[in-house]
Design a binder for this molecule. Sequence first.
Ligand code: PLI
Length: 459
Amino acid sequence: MDYNKYMAEPYKIKMVEPIAVTTREQREAAIRRAGWNTFLLTTDDVYIDLLTDSGTNAMSDNQWAGLMLGDEAYSGSRNFRNLEATVRELYGFKYVVPTHQGRGAENILSQIMIKPGDYVPGNMYFTTTRAHQELNGATFRDIIIDEAHDPESEHPFKGNVDLDKLQALIDEVGAERIPYICVAVTVNLAGGQPVSMANLKAVYELAQKYNIKVMMDATRCVENACFIKHREPGYENKTIQEIIREMYTYADGCTMSGKKDGIVNIGGFLALNDEELYQKATSLVVVYEGMPSYGGMTGRDMEALARGIRESMDYNFIAHRLAQVQYLGDKLIEAGIPVVKPIGGHAVFLDARQFYPHIPQDEFPAQMLAAQLYLESGVRSMERGIISAGRDKSGNHYYPKLELVRLTIPRRVYTYAHLDVVAEAVKECYKNRNNVKGLRFVYEPPVLRFFTARFEPIE
Ligand code: PLI
């Protein structure tokens, strides 16, 4: 059945949703209304929406059927029991605390584990994850390998933790000030890059030596498992489920945004092995999310998530997803467009520094590139650079090495033909790159500024 270089869709289309086809004039008005921030565009302005793969997935008929079995009891919903049993069986953790989405789990984990003055090492930051760590008084330390900060490096596991950096932090601040190590699988802001099984094992062994817990960010764990199957010797004949189970033997718990590899539109959870931590988490979930048997989700949401997690273990599902992302990446590489290499799991990342070398980082080249791509084609993407990185405690911008625009592919939503349009639009922007100038803030919110900031072009 393997006729194509890029695997064809392992599903057929049963329902369609029309999308907006706009003129350049309409898009010019729309981007001005949105303050040059693609987050502030509305669906009616957007043709192909590659803002995010979060909550934008197409559910299967089996998941939609599950919605009809929603048990909306305030307590003790049978859909929660199904979700809990599914996570126990497929991920292998003992306890499951449902939350409305990933950051709900991050909030609870950060509150139960962090004391002011602590350090939380992680393989590159993620916006909401670090925000919760800092709100609870911790300092984040990046312990990812150096290759992750180099868009040209072809390292097959660019998400790996640098064990020397981890050891150096332990030596510097002491293990008692490190409540846990946060290991993301895959690493979103590095370009959707995976962590190898050997590295996960080594991190866990080092952590255990010092009695430090390892908490994984499981958000895109199925992509990570598929990369391990494709790239790590010894795993080529293992199933995705076997790989996932082994990955989680190297963790004490995880936070999960079901909106990504759970293939749903809303939902998440915190999973733990330690009973005492679980008790603490349940006492907080009732404050922030809801009863420990729904945590901000409806019964039907939990049913869809349980079914989505099971579907995500299907090799055809995940292999096709990675093939779609690779297809778009290969088209851009062939055209000489600067992108992060190797192509990651959920998105193709344009390197805005190389795209617009004449725009300084504090005039927001990636933010401008996302706006230009929208103006060109109606394709919506997302800045993942200096705006996403925010400011440090003294109010200075963080200056991340990576200044990127993310073309994020939702699961089971677009076809290869849509991706052809995206590739052509990026090529057109590249042709016109020399005429483009930067942006400045007209409104900057204090936390997670990228979501709602507004800009104007520098003339
Ligand atoms: O959006 P949430 O609250 O369900 O999940 C937060 C979150 C945690 N970890 C990682 C690696 C994420 O990518 C993530 C959310 N990501 C979004 C919204 C994205 O567009 O990438």
